[in-house]
Design a protein. Structure first.
Length: 329
């Protein structure tokens, strides 16, 4: 019996993220679930909902900061028992692909869509007063936005668009389908009717413009437009060093097997790293001097959830799917 099947060999790690339903309180049932009993055939190029493919990553490193305390006993003070204390885990890696979600996760705070700006607007670091939004009509879906005849004239194939509701002085999490920001006081966001579209993750690229509809290259990640939603053109994405909001997402990292078994690392909740250690936000990966690729560095702290099978408080799950015919050990 060969032991070759016990040696997982992979190229790079693949990253998938899914939103945590924070409106309902961030309980275990509101996180995205990776169930190894049902997802053994997880398709890397066509992940099942709600997982979003964020591409290959480099320099993946998992670090446990959990501590095991020794409990002495008896006259000699020898170790009589041990107990786990200060449960903690950290994940660090580099995104090689740049996109809205990759930037938001690496930045950690609110991530801004730079809306197409009125030519007369005063310049601002995250975009000034934008061009008026266009209401989305009935019949729209996550993949096609019905605007009506004439209203589509302001858009063309290749445009990025943000689709979400007007901000109407609501307090709490904002963003259709995915928590994109938190508003404590409407005055903090200048009572700006466009604020939700400034931060929403419901962003897509226009693949085709018909007489009445914008057909998107990919479905909106937050789902179909909410009632009363409008659409605006997005020029760029901006993240900032600062901001009070902290991203929270479920994560799945997969080492695709070249030979041997497949390894999957599932984190129910990741949040920006709280470690005091400093790290670079970007790194230069040399292709051939002086040409280099920019990589986004990301660092996360794992937050705890409860495994309903035994009530254990856990931070992450490591799953191993043995190769066919491989011995058990």
């Amino acid at each position: 019996m060969t032991r070759a099947g016990l040696r997982p060999i992979a190229r790079q790690m693949r990253a998938y993220f899914a939103p945590v339903n924070r409106v309902s309180g961030g309980a275990t049932e509101t996180t995205a679930i990776f169930d190894p009993s049902q997802n053994s055939g997880f398709q890397l190029d066509a992940p099942s909902a709600p997982w979003i493919d964020l591409g290959w990553i480099d320099n993946f490193q998992r670090t446990s900061t959990s501590q095991i305390e020794s409990l002495p006993g008896g006259a000699a003070g020898a170790v009589s028992a041990q107990a786990r204390n200060a449960l903690g885990a950290r994940v660090d890696f580099e995104f090689r692909d740049w996109g809205k979600l990759q930037m938001a996760l690496a930045g950690g705070a609110e991530h801004m869509n730079v809306l197409a700006t009125d030519p007369s607007a005063s310049p601002e670091g995250s975009g000034g007063i934008p061009v008026a939004a266009v209401p989305v009509l009935a019949g729209s879906t996550a993949a096609q936005l019905v605007l009506g005849a004439g209203a589509v004239s302001g858009f063309q194939s290749g445009d990025l668009v943000a689709c979400d509701v007007d901000y109407a002085e609501q307090v709490g999490y904002v963003g259709t389908g995915i928590a994109a920001g938190y508003v404590s006081n409407p005055a903090d966001v200048q009572n700006d009717a466009n604020y939700v579209r400034r931060v929403t993750f419901n962003v897509g690229q226009v693949a085709q413009v018909t007489a009445t509809t914008l057909l998107l290259a990919q479905a909106l990640p937050g789902g179909m437009p909410a009632a009363g939603a409008s659409v605006q053109q997005v020029i760029a994405f901006v993240d900032r060093e600062g901001g009070a909001f902290l991203q929270q997402w479920s994560a799945l990292f997969v080492a695709e097997e070249e030979s041997g078994g497949r390894l999957c690392f599932y984190y129910p909740i990741l949040s920006p790293c709280t470690a005091k250690a400093q790290w670079s936000r970007e790194t230069l990966v040399e292709i051939k001097n002086p040409i280099a690729e920019l990589a986004l560095q990301a660092s996360f702290t794992a937050l705890p959830t409860v495994d309903i099978n035994d009530g254990a408080v856990v931070l992450c799950y490591r799953s191993y799917f043995p190769a066919i015919g491989a011995p058990v050990y």
